[in-house]
Design a protein around this ligand. Structure first.
Ligand code: FAD
Length: 327
């Protein structure tokens, strides 16, 4: 069996998507621990420039599959393309980001190859020689270690924020073109138009800095100081569920198991206790700073820096310092 780890690199508007960079980092770590090599796969049309960008990472190779039929995502064409590639190369597994497109593609691909699929994983571990994938269960209360029994290549999708793209190792990879024969593949789906998400909708997954606000804020009117703090930090505002349930902020700002998963550089939590359902949404953050009046609040277990204090004193003090620093 070939010990190769393949990572599919999703892209759009000429850019590789953040979840794919994170998944590539998982590929590097997994390859290092299992003495395998890691290969990035780019599907699309006129995607050479993306493949060249990937060639500066610490990978064995970058496989660039360029074909006019791959210009836009289509499940039949993409499944056929990946199927051909995987059958020819026989890697041990293919990693993909757990994003909408791959939630559509991965099961179809696994079924067409007759191989195992593990979805929405947050990591991996080795138990002796056995490679296990970690995925959350029962609303993230339990982590399950999943062993795949099928033939390879296994198809594995990775949760956004599970790994940090900032830790990607630089290097030099071999860039290779792969010709695919897709002439016989007929797409059954026709894309009419690509429409941007609702105007005013918030995509917290791309935010570099987030000020998270919880029930400790007590009432909607007090959010004004959070808005000012966020503005000074160039941050988006996120919220715990009670804040959203009370309609103090829009539902799309909810972070957690029934909201968004975020992976900012800085997550500044104000008056959030740190319930597991919230923590699962912020665990991809690089640095968590928590303000809470209760020294035993569970948020301090995941925070790098904790401020035990009244947010109605701490936030105005931070605003004052930030204003002074900016003037
Ligand atoms: P609380 O737990 O009430 O905490 C408020 C905190 O503010 C306390 O720690 C308190 O010490 C602190 N505080 C109070 N006053 C001050 C002050 N003046 N200064 C500083 N600190 C102060 N929750 C989510 O967030 N996201 C989800 O997606 C989500 N999904 C869920 C799904 C399910 C199925 C279930 C059952 C629950 C879910 N929850 C979710 C709810 C979750 O269990 C918690 O109830 C919620 O996260 C608590 O929000 P909170 O920390 O803002 O409020």
């Amino acid at each position: 069996m070939s010990e190769q780890v393949f990572v599919l690199m999703d892209h759009g508007q000429g850019q590789i998507r953040s979840t794919s960079w994170e998944t590539l980092r998982m590929g590097q770590l997994l390859a290092a621990e299992t003495h395998a090599s890691v290969t990035a796969v780019v599907l699309g049309h006129q995607v050479r420039q993306l493949a060249e960008q990937l060639a500066s990472k610490a990978l064995e190779s970058v496989l660039c599959c360029d074909h006019p039929k791959l210009t836009q995502y289509d499940p039949d064409t993409y499944c056929a393309a990946l199927g051909q590639l995987l059958e020819a190369e026989q890697p041990r597994l293919l990693l993909l980001g757990h994003v909408y497109q791959n939630i559509d593609l991965a099961p179809k691909l696994a079924a067409s190859l007759g191989t195992g699929l593990v979805t929405d994983c947050i990591g991996f571990k080795l138990q002796g020689e056995e490679l296990l994938f970690i995925r959350q269960m029962f609303r993230n209360k339990l982590n399950a270690d999943v062993a795949v029994q099928s033939a390879t290549p296994w198809i594995v999708t990775m949760q956004s924020g599970a790994y940090s793209a900032d830790e990607l190792q630089e290097g030099q990879a071999r860039l290779e073109e792969r010709q695919l024969s897709l002439e016989q593949v007929s797409a059954r789906r026709r894309q009419l138009e690509a429409i941007e998400g609702m105007k005013g909708s918030v995509d917290l997954t791309k935010a570099e800095v987030i000020v998270g606000v919880g029930r400790g804020i007590k009432k909607a009117e007090s959010l004004e100081m959070i808005r000012e703090l966020a503005s000074l930090l160039g941050a988006e505002i996120g919220a715990s569920r009670p804040v959203v349930d009370n309609e103090w902020l829009e539902r799309e700002r909810q972070i957690g198991s029934s909201g968004q998963n975020v992976a900012p550089r800085l997550y500044l939590s104000c008056g959030i206790s740190g319930a597991i359902q919230h923590i699962v949404g912020i665990k991809g953050s690089q640095c968590i700073v928590a303000i809470n009046s209760d020294p035993n609040a569970p948020i301090f277990n995941v925070a790098r820096y904790g401020i035990v204090g009244d947010l109605f004193e701490v936030v105005p003090a931070l605003i004052k310092e930030l204003r002074a620093a900016k003037s």
